[in-house]
Design a protein around this ligand. Structure first.
Ligand code: AFP
Length: 328
């Protein structure tokens, strides 16, 4: 089985980028250990970082954020980081070549029930002509990402990673401490009969989404002519992992539950990295009107509607949205 470095070298990935990815993964191994300690995490402390020793009474998402921030900034190749857990960006080395965005613990409410959670990260090139504390550096579309991935803390700890040459999966070998390649070419089936959506929001969705899901629920007797199954993990990282493994469609669409917050998921920390992983595996990722990876961000914490997964199913969902636009 192959370790991560030779695989990335074979893909021609820059050596600084390889060491940055490996540093992120070192932090994720530590998070994996903490997560596996469950209720004991606050009592037994750390294996990696001296600085977070003694601070372990904090919640796991705060601990994960601090670990990632600390080790990423220490690499010297990162100009700034932006985290879902931080209001502002954190400046690093002014000459650093990369920017890193991350959601340290996606699905953090699942920690209370010992269910799936994960770390999502995205790496962008750092513009040379801007100061390290200039947040506008991060306002690049998802197509600019040089790497994106997540580490899923489940029964096994798994990494899904892309550097633009397909999506690969690795499994953490806890006996030797590294990630080993376990799926060289993740390929999403084009067709699916499984969907993931929080159905409790149904009455708040816009008409095209209402119509699309209604037709899935009608099953064999409806226009889709087949029965659909539903899954919802309440951690995007878990739902996307299932889709990368066996196909499906995931949606967190716009809703009017709260007029000030029509979307839930974050573009830079969730939607962009997941969209790159999905597209690199042959799937599609859209908002309902546009390709997510082409969105020009205007704020580091901006939120978007997300519809991603198996190509044919996402195209079908898109057709419901386009039909609504053309009849309006
Ligand atoms: P948290 O990380 O705050 O728990 O949110 C997770 C998440 O953003 C995403 O990972 C899930 O798909 C979604 O929220 C779940 O949302 P619901 O609360 O509507 O189930």
């Amino acid at each position: 089985m192959r370790r991560i470095s030779p695989v990335l070298q074979q893909d021609g990935v820059d050596s600084d980028l390889i060491s940055l990815i490996k540093t992120i993964l070192a932090a994720c191994r530590e998070i994996s250990f903490r997560v596996s300690q469950g209720e004991l995490a606050g009592v037994l402390g750390s294996t990696l970082s001296e600085n977070v020793q003694g601070e372990t009474q904090k919640k796991l998402d705060v601990i994960a954020n601090e670990l990632l921030k600390e080790v990423i900034l220490e690499t010297g190749v990162v100009k700034a980081i932006s985290s879902e857990e931080e209001d502002d960006i954190v400046a690093g080395n002014p000459r650093g070549r990369y920017l890193v965005t991350f959601d340290p613990l996606d699905g953090s409410s699942n920690t209370d029930i010992n269910s799936l959670i994960g770390t999502i990260f995205s790496i962008l090139p750092a513009p040379a002509d801007k100061e390290a504390d200039d947040a506008s550096m991060f306002l690049q579309p998802g197509t600019a990402q040089v790497a994106a991935g997540y580490v899923l803390y489940g029964p096994s700890t798994m990494l899904a990673l892309t550097t633009g040459k397909g999506t690969r999966m690795y499994t953490l070998d806890k006996t030797y401490g590294g990630f080993l390649l376990t799926e060289d070419k993740v390929t999403l089936p084009k067709y699916t009969s499984e969907f993931a959506i929080n159905m409790s929001n149904q009455r708040f969705w816009q008409a095209p989404m209402q119509g699309y899901i209604q037709d899935l629920l009608l099953g064999k007797e409806g226009p889709r002519g087949k029965n659909y199954n539903m899954r919802w993990i309440a951690a995007m990282v878990g739902d996307v992992h299932r889709i990368l493994c066996r196909g499906g469609i995931f949606a967190y669409p716009a809703d009017n539950k709260d007029a000030n917050k029509p979307y839930k998921l974050r573009l830079m920390y969730e939607a962009n990295p997941m969209s790159l992983l999905i597209e690199q595996a042959g799937g599609l990722s859209i908002t309902g009107t546009e390709r997510i990876l082409e969105i020009q961000p205007d704020d580091i914490h901006q939120r978007v509607a997300v519809i991603l997964g198996s190509r044919h199913e996402v195209e079908t969902c898109l057709a419901y949205h386009q039909k609504a636009l053309s009849t309006n």
